[in-house]
Design a protein around this ligand. Sequence first.
Ligand code: SF4
Length: 200
Amino acid sequence: MKHDAVRKLSHDITTCTRCRLSLTRINAVPGEGPVPSRLFFIGEAPGKKEDLTGRPFVGRAGSVLEALLASVGLERNKVYITSIIKCRPPENRLPRRDEIAACSGYLDQQIEILYPEIIIPMGRLASELIFSHFGLSHGPIGRIHGKAFHAKTLHRDLLIVPVYHPAAVTHNPPIKSALFEDFQILGTIIEEYGRSFRHE
Ligand code: SF4
């Protein structure tokens, strides 16, 4: 049932023409990972390699993300990875407000279907969108990264753990140690939160 819903959603995304990015993309990038998914990672937007392949986080930021996941014993294929918009902005510019608004319904549906226990928005834009989705007030990413925030859906409680975006390592090398520390904290949270869920 959930697999059917994900397949339909992926089809809707790959054929979507809701915003101008449909005119310049090669492939839309819905996301990938297990269904349902305990851990749900959200980046900003597909880049060049993602656009060419239709897969999320396969470029340099993807290598950083895989190293971060491995640092806490997680394999890439055990988590869901997507982004707030599903098509590449030309020249990798920042997504525009109207593009994010046009695309956000797909992210909402993914959260609904995949039923994550922990959502990890990566970078400021993804954090702002997720905090707004759950009615939380967002501070500067420098202040909220690596912390756990409680949120609710109709059916369950979940955690939001914002972290810096893996691509930031390329432009700002000092971020690297903060990012690895964020993932260490995330690893501890996963361990504790998972244990509490197993007791339910
Ligand atoms: S970015 Fe989102 S809303 Fe825009 S065309 Fe792609 S899938 Fe549709």
